[in-house]
Design a protein around this ligand. Structure first.
Ligand code: FES
Length: 167
């Protein structure tokens, strides 16, 4: 594993151990998860114990120690979304991608996570793909969205807009 990107991130924070959480966030943003060798490397660079770095990485649910797909789908199962069919949405994704909650597709394109409130209850049911929000998601909208991300990954020239704007 090339650790130069990790070193650059640590350098962005001047190797300050009190910036550990932000450093881990940036590394996850870059790698999509926090591999064990990277946690060991970060610990060494920041002169922290591996145990401390691992405890921080496992404390926050936003961190993943498991390799995730290029596109992380988060389906909200908070109260508002649950009442508006979040389970059906989740089941549809499970069927379409042939994975269970918490799993990643074999081609590493998608990971499915079920989370509590995504903070957009008025748009229930809500899901996100990476950082982009999708509200009032229907079966048709879901399947079209998955297809859009499949297409995007078969063509390097067309990147989806990952803003927080909803579709
Ligand atoms: S309950 Fe789903 S966004 Fe709040």
């Amino acid at each position: 594993m090339n650790l130069s990107k990790v070193d650059n991130i640590i350098q962005d924070y001047k190797g300050n151990p009190s910036s550990l959480v932000m450093i881990l966030q940036d590394i996850q943003e870059e790698l999509n998860y926090l591999p064990e060798p990277v946690l060991n490397h970060v610990a060494g660079k920041l002169s922290l114990s591996v145990g401390h770095v691992c405890s921080v990485a496992t404390f926050y649910s936003s961190f993943s120690l498991e390799e995730r797909g290029k596109n992380v789908i988060r389906v909200c199962d908070g109260t508002a979304c649950h009442l508006r069919g979040a389970n059906l949405l989740k089941d549809e994704i499970v069927r379409a991608l042939n994975i269970s909650e918490g799993q990643t597709t074999e081609d590493k394109l998608f990971t499915l996570e079920v989370v509590a409130c995504l903070g957009a209850c008025a748009l229930a049911p809500v899901m996100t793909v990476n950082k982009k929000y999708y509200g009032q998601v229907t079966r048709e909208k879901l399947l079209a969205t998955l297809e859009k991300y499949r297409q995007k990954d078969s063509c390097v020239l067309s990147e989806p807009n990952d803003s927080k704007k909803t579709d």
